[in-house]
Write a protein that binds this ligand. Structure first.
Ligand code: ZN
Length: 383
């Protein structure tokens, strides 16, 4: 077997700059949200919004809660729209986007409505449990939230994703056959491969394993399907199949359940503290919603490095599965290099950037792992 050796390619100044700006964009977005919530809580504004919501909702609790959430999200959107637009322009500036302005606006509207719909279900549920059993509301709310989460994970590929992208069953016999063979070797079966029409909006390539049970499927961006060799696509498929074989979606849901339990416990503690401090008259006063949101935002921020480390662990596992299932390591390496180029990814981000921000190991590490695996394999006696 030929020795594969790719010298580590240095990142272009362009890739460095693009990724640095995107990171700052993410940090700014987080900061705007954080400051917004803090300002609502330290000023009387959250109380004013609640009173306004009660007038809009004709004093009906559930309707007023919905109005309050609507106001909260609408003001948040106004505050964040500048950064969103900057993000849209950034993709164009680096020639990574094919999306027209009108389509982007439409996506923003749809994203807001989806967020409002999901947010409504969650906050109505939370305040319902607070009113029904103020003692143990957080446990009940957590259980209901997790049921919702699992249902949503199942419905996402058929209900949520199609709101933003078109999907169609993959019409490619050669690739189907390759997947069936990969699946047979693994003693498993993925129910479907779908062509994801990403090219309408982006030049970047992507692939993912999504759904639960009957909706479990691999989605492959057309930007990948149309530009990669069958062997390279097979390598990507093998990686996604690795996620399936190692039950990564189920495991991630379990991790999510543990974190959410911690979150609800902390939220309960903070809310009681706030009521004791006379910030609010009672737990069910929904002017305290920004405090709940703040607990969730701070917790997500603190846990980001841990969750990213866990995700990188899963990605390495899926990569290893791919190495073992494909005939040659070379298409895997070339697909990684193509991905880096096409997505303007940093092959070698600084250590702390990778540690804090990245859900995937850097391309240079993934390629190095593939080469290392290849070396150890070629040293094994041939059967
Ligand atoms: Zn992956």
């Amino acid at each position: 077997m030929a020795e594969v050796s790719n010298p580590v390619q240095a990142d272009s100044p362009e890739a460095r700059r693009y990724n640095r700006i995107r990171r700052w964009l993410g940090i700014s977005d987080f900061a705007v949200g954080f400051v917004y919530l803090v300002v609502l809580l330290v000023t009387p504004w959250s109380g004013w919004l609640r009173d306004l919501a009660y007038r809009m909702g004709s004093q009906n609790y559930s309707l007023s809660l919905f109005m309050y959430l609507l106001l909260l999200l609408a003001i948040g959107k106004v505050l964040g729209i500048g950064l969103d637009y900057y993000g849209f322009r950034l993709e164009h500036r680096y020639k990574l986007s094919t999306q027209r302005f009108r389509s982007w606006i439409w996506d923003e509207v749809k994203g807001f409505l989806v967020g409002l719909a999901l947010g409504t279900v969650v906050v109505e549920l939370v305040y319902f449990t607070i009113r029904q059993c103020p003692q143990n509301w957080w446990l009940l709310a957590w259980a209901l939230f997790m049921v919702l989460f699992v249902v949503l994970a199942q419905l996402a590929p058929v209900l949520l994703f199609p709101i933003f992208y078109k999907f169609e069953p993959l019409d490619n016999e050669d690739l189907r056959r390759r997947l069936v063979m990969l699946g047979q070797r693994a003693g498993t079966r993925v129910r479907g491969i779908y062509r994801w029409r990403l090219s309408e909006k982006s030049k970047k390539a992507n692939a993912a394993l999504t759904g639960l049970g009957a909706t479990r499927r691999v989605i492959l961006a057309d930007t990948l399907l149309d530009n990669y060799t069958p062997e390279e696509i097979e390598a990507v498929l093998a990686h996604e199949l690795g996620h399936h074989v190692h039950h990564h979606i189920l495991k991630s849901i379990l991790v999510q359940a543990a974190i959410t339990l911690l979150g609800f416990w902390a939220a309960n503690w903070v809310l009681h503290y706030a009521v004791d401090q006379h910030m609010f008259e009672q737990l069910s006063d929904f002017a305290d919603l920004p405090l709940l949101a703040l607990v969730s935002v701070v917790l997500s921020f603190l846990l980001m490095p841990v969750l990213n480390a866990y995700s990188r662990f899963n990605e390495r596992q899926a990569d290893r599965y791919a190495f073992e299932s494909i005939a040659s390591i070379e298409p895997f390496i070339s697909s990684m290099n193509k991905l880096a180029e096409q997505n303007l990814a940093e092959r070698t981000p600084s250590k702390w950037v990778e540690w804090f921000f990245h859900s995937h190991p850097s391309i240079s590490r993934r390629v190095a792992a593939a080469e290392e695996w290849n070396r150890t394999q070629s040293m094994l006696p041939q059967a």
